[in-house]
Design a protein around this ligand. Structure first.
Ligand code: FAD
Ligand code: EPU
Length: 346
């Protein structure tokens, strides 16, 4: 364990913002967690932050505490009559895992190709794309608890997965490090091609063809963070009550919308922002991406203030036009930990 103080956060956030932490280290071995608890560096009251690849984080200031960058590695596989069971260390790279699973003839997760970040962050917001969510493959999540160093396995049901939501954003927020994830990939492969542009592939499609189509779609719309800083969709797609939805759809019948199992209606935040003519809108060095209005980018040495002001402006414009108030998907991290992102841009 090599602690660094100060610890630069610039390589560990895909917005590419220049921030630093009081101290930090890269976690390569789970045993280092127990060493850390017993060391002089450890204090229960000190702010702490777990980072995977920083692809869903906005640093609003320097961080006045300890940062742990998760690089725990390793994949093991077991097989039952009807499924592949993967135990994957949390610091593995998610897109690499998807490619690995296809190369090893374990298709199923191809719709989740190219989602940046680590395997350990996938349960936190229950990542999803193109009609599929992480929770569909999740068997269990293994954790290490900050309070007393105990380890605990949570079944998928216990994780309370929802749209961009889980137990790890609520009861277990800041309480645990996810150390590994158990995945169950059924051997009976079923293509998922309901998402608009994938429909054209038809039912005779292969997993590799879906993988290629998803990669092409993503590359055509979403900016590559190594070239243009961003954290993917900046806002969640808003889910509104059926009544409010009907009123809105009567005025804007072309609004893309997705009925939910509970009767509510999910709207496309990108469409709402686009309708406010905000593509290309710039504040300081931050801008609304021209290919996908839901993505805010670090266009030119943006500060976190630029991004926050732009997010406020976008939220305000959409709220005034549609009476729908967007909530950030990106997690805002202040000096002592996560801050309420919705309040920060209100
Ligand atoms: P980080 O950003 O490092 O962390 C995110 C949060 O999880 C933080 O609160 C952090 O403290 C916590 N965390 C991370 N690791 C752990 C751990 N091991 N234990 C406990 N807490 C932890 N998301 C989607 O759902 N679908 C998409 O299609 C999608 N597309 C994207 C496209 C682009 C270009 C980008 C930049 C992002 C996209 N995202 C998408 C968001 C992002 O990829 C996911 O949220 C991803 O899971 C974040 O992984 P990370 O390792 O970078 O997490
Ligand atoms: N749209 C516009 N203009 C835009 C952007 C979108 O009109 O600038 C319209 C599209 O034409 C489409 C609808 O809005 O009718 C939805 O757009 P898209 O299919 O691109 O998906 P999204 O809702 O913008 C969501 C996820 C993405 C995920 C894609 C694919 C959220 C917040 N975002 O985006 O996830 O990759 O669907 O499934 O749910 C992320 O979470 O970071 C992320 C990138």
């Amino acid at each position: 364990m090599q602690l660094m103080s100060p610890f630069s956060l610039k390589p560990f956030n895909t917005f590419g913002l220049d921030a630093q932490a009081k101290m930090g280290f890269v976690l390569n071995d789970e045993a280092e967690l127990d060493t850390l608890r017993g060391s002089a560096w450890w204090s229960d009251s000190q702010p702490r932050l777990l980072i995977g690849e920083g692809s869903n984080i906005l640093f609003t200031s320097d961080f006045d505490g300890l940062v742990i960058v998760n690089r725990l590695k390793g994949i093991s596989v077991q097989e039952t009559a009807d499924a592949w069971l993967l135990h994957v260390a949390a610091g593995e790279n998610w897109p690499a895992l998807i490619q690995w699973s296809l190369q090893h003839q374990m298709p199923g997760m191809e719709n989740l190709a190219l989602i940046p970040g680590t395997v350990g962050a996938a349960p936190v917001q229950n990542i999803g794309a193109y009609g599929v969510e992480f929770c569909q493959f999740c068997d269990y999540v293994d954790t290490w608890h900050f309070a007393d160093g105990h380890r605990q396995r949570y079944s998928a049901a216990a994780c309370q997965f929802g749209y961009r939501d889980s137990l790890f954003k609520h009861e277990l927020h800041d309480q645990v490090i996810i150390t590994a994830v158990g995945l169950r990939i059924p051997k009976q492969w079923q293509p998922v091609v309901e998402y608009g542009p994938l429909k054209a592939l038809g039912e005779q499609v292969t997993a590799e063809q879906i993988f290629t189509a998803v990669c092409e779609l993503r590359q055509s719309k979403l900016p590559d963070p190594t070239l243009l800083g961003n954290a993917g969709s900046f806002f969640k797609n808003p889910v509104i009550d059926a009544g409010k939805g009907q009123t809105l759809l009567a005025i804007f019948p072309n609004a893309p919308h997705y009925p939910q199992a509970d009767g509510r209606i999910k709207l496309a935040a990108g469409w709402l922002i686009d309708q406010c003519q905000l593509k290309g809108k710039t504040i300081g060095g931050a801008a609304v991406h021209r290919q996908q209005a839901l993505v805010l980018i670090n266009d030119n040495q943006a500060t976190s203030d630029d991004v926050i002001k732009l997010a406020h402006y976008v939220r305000q414009q959409v709220g005034e036009k549609f009476n729908v108030w967007l909530q950030p998907e990106v997690r805002f991290i202040g000096a002592t930990g996560e801050v309420n992102a919705e309040e920060a841009i209100a």
